[in-house]
Write a protein that binds this ligand. Structure first.
Ligand SMILES: Nc1ncnc2c1ncn2[C@@H]1O[C@H](COP(=O)(O)OP(=O)(O)OP(=O)(O)O)[C@@H](O)[C@H]1O
Length: 344
């Protein structure tokens, strides 16, 4: 395939994302405009994992489509490139940020429905995403959203030796913090955090305290006791109940994606219209959104390799040891994602 790298449209911890245009008759099978996610070949493990997972997942209209991979040499460096369908609306985190406040509930429902459908497909095929957050949900020109960024995704059977932390601290489930479990229920917890964020304009756990500026205390709050993120008052009772089902602390009792798909918050009638108590327009009047220009902290995705020195010779660590391992001497500047404490 002949293609040209165009402007950069996104950066992540693992890659740079650019626009790519194709040309030539050999490219008829591909769209003329794609997104290309690139990293140096030597550190392309997450990208190659993403490609394998997307291949295994196959077609799903709620998951970003992959058109294949390729290698280039640019400025003397060998680059691994993954070609994806291009989402012209960017990511949902930016969509919330740019709106300056909470999204209307009809939008939250619509996006949540798509995310849950995507999760049903992912979990039904034996995978967990492990890094679900609004930055990893892409918005397309027609307003549809799709789950993206499968760099940390894993198969249920994957051996976890070598990894004790993956994902983004703010979205981490109690069982991930306490026991290093990253299975489908952890994606559901992250879904709850995402719904809170869309419907309040603020990240989960930051609702009461302003910026949660200490990873250690965040981990303790997530991992211990009965506390869950505050459920936004802006949501309808259906929405609040939906979020409560995601924030069940015991992973075994948390609702699954399939159960959530039947929740009244996501109910649709045969025409695809919402059948919930409030419809778009009606709820705009009912919604009192906080007008707080809160700037989201850019929590980074992490995957921490375990080695003997940090595991005290054992892969089994107490919650206290696990949480202590996340503490850094470095004083972070939470306003810049690149300065966030990296617990990879
Ligand atoms: N297919 C796409 N179309 C349009 N924009 C995209 C696409 N893929 C990624 N982006 C943009 O690039 C950003 C970074 O992409 P992505 O999250 O996949 O990278 P990453 O290196 O895996 O990042 P991280 O793991 O830190 O979340 C996204 O938040 C989004 O804004």
């Amino acid at each position: 395939m002949e293609w040209i790298r165009r402007e950069t449209i996104g950066h992540g911890s693992f890659s740079t994302v650019s626009l790519a245009t194709t040309s030539g008759s050999s490219c008829k099978a591909f769209p003329s405009l794609m997104a290309v996610k690139s990293s140096g070949v030597v550190c392309s493990g997450a990208l190659r994992n993403e490609r394998d997972v997307l291949d295994d997942l196959g077609d799903c209209s709620e998951i970003v489509r992959c058109f294949g991979e390729g290698r280039t040499v640019e400025n003397g460096e060998e680059i691994y490139n993954l070609f994806l369908e291009y989402a012209s609306g960017g990511n949902l985190a930016d969509r919330v940020k740019n709106s300056g406040e909470a999204l209307p509930e009809c939008e939250v429902r619509r996006y949540t429905r798509s995310i849950v459908k995507g999760l049903c497909h992912i979990h039904g095929n034996g995978f967990s995403h492990c890094d679900l957050k609004l930055e990893n949900v892409l918005v397309f020109g027609d307003g549809d959203v799709k789950i993206s960024d499968f760099g940390l995704a894993k198969r249920r059977s994957d051996d976890e030796i070598g990894v004790e932390i993956r994902g983004t601290p703010l979205y981490m489930a109690p069982e991930s913090v306490n026991h290093g479990e990253f299975e489908s229920p952890a994606d559901i917890w992250a879904l709850g955090c995402s719904v809170v964020e869309m419907s309040s304009g603020k990240t989960a756990w930051c609702l009461e305290d302003g910026v949660m500026n200490n990873v250690m205390s965040l981990m303790v709050r997530i991992g211990s006791g009965d506390e869950v993120p505050r459920i936004p008052v802006e949501l309808s009772e259906e929405g609040r109940d939906f979020v409560r089902k995601c924030f069940v602390k015991n992973a075994a009792e948390r609702w699954t994606a399939e159960m959530l798909l039947d929740h009244p918050f996501l109910a649709v009638d045969d025409d695809g219209d919402e059948s919930g108590s409030l419809r778009c327009g009606e709820e705009d009047e009912a919604l009192v959104s906080p007008r707080n220009p809160f700037d989201f902290p850019g929590w980074n995705s992490v995957q921490s390799p375990v080695n003997e020195s940090v595991t005290f010779g054992s892969l089994v660590r107490s919650p206290e040891e696990r949480i202590s391992g996340l503490v850094s001497e470095k004083v972070p500047d939470w306003s810049e994602s690149c300065d966030w404490v990296n617990v990879r």
